[in-house]
Design a protein around this ligand. Structure first.
Ligand code: DC
Length: 224
């Protein structure tokens, strides 16, 4: 009998969700859905359109924009209304505004629908974000909550910026991560929280391959 298999991964910024989710998806040949990239796209478009303060306009944008997500050679590509903004959505300015935009219920409703629609035609999906185990796919087959200490998370982000030749201090990154965690975990609609039935993995002192193996082993257990 046909059955869809969904692996949902939530966790705070820098906990290793994206890297882990990508590797799991590659290894299982599943579709990978980076939900944070969608919230980043809406934020970027509201910033460049100069309407970051206009909630109604941001909701209208989230409802009507066509978002395409592709995953090629380990990288996420996102286009909005056929314009590629994959690099732009990772900027520090977007980091600083994305949590405010993500608080807006109308934006969440529109993006959750897009995320659920993306999964419709795929039998295997790995999805990651802040509410994917609780709201987007509360009945996912495997639910993971990744955590890590603030020091490790900030150092990981710093390394990513250094690799892109973007200069930013460790303190700036730490402050941004802590502020995003605060807003993401305390917002009224779909706050970041560990689902009761999610497996919590602290990634502070394990390698990416170990994180991936824990999840792949859970998939194996599922079918045994
Ligand atoms: O995973 P990320 O750092 O790219 O996510 C960017 C922001 O988007 C995050 O700080 C909060 C928001 N987000 C959300 O509210 N819900 C999700 N499912 C994914 C991300």
């Amino acid at each position: 009998m046909y059955k869809k298999f969904i692996i949902a991964i939530d966790g705070p910024a820098g906990s290793g969700k994206s890297t882990t989710a990508k590797k799991v998806a590659e290894s299982l040949h599943f579709l990978y859905i980076d939900t944070g990239a969608m919230y980043r796209a809406i934020t970027y478009l509201a910033m460049t359109g100069n309407f970051l303060e206009d909630e109604a306009k941001i909701i209208g944008l989230a409802e009507n924009v066509k978002i395409d997500l592709k995953f090629i050679n380990g990288k996420t590509f996102l286009s909005a209304d056929n314009v590629d903004i994959s690099e732009e959505i990772r900027s520090i300015d977007v980091n600083n505004n994305v949590s405010q935009v993500s608080k807006i219920s109308g934006v969440r409703k529109a993006l959750v629908k897009k995320q659920q629609d993306l999964a419709v035609n795929n039998s295997g999906v790995v999805i990651e974000g802040r509410d994917v185990t609780t709201v987007v796919f509360p009945k996912a087959d495997i639910k993971i909550f990744l955590t890590a200490g603030i020091k490790e998370r900030a150092e990981r982000r710093l390394k990513e910026y250094e690799e892109k030749n973007v200069h930013v201090s460790l303190d700036e990154i730490k402050n941004n991560i802590q502020e995003r965690d605060r807003i993401d975990s305390t917002r009224a609609d779909s706050p970041l929280t560990k689902a009761e039935d999610a497996l919590e993995i602290d990634t502070s002192s394990i390698t990416i391959d170990e994180q991936v193996d824990i999840i792949l082993n859970k998939v194996k257990d599922f079918f045994n």
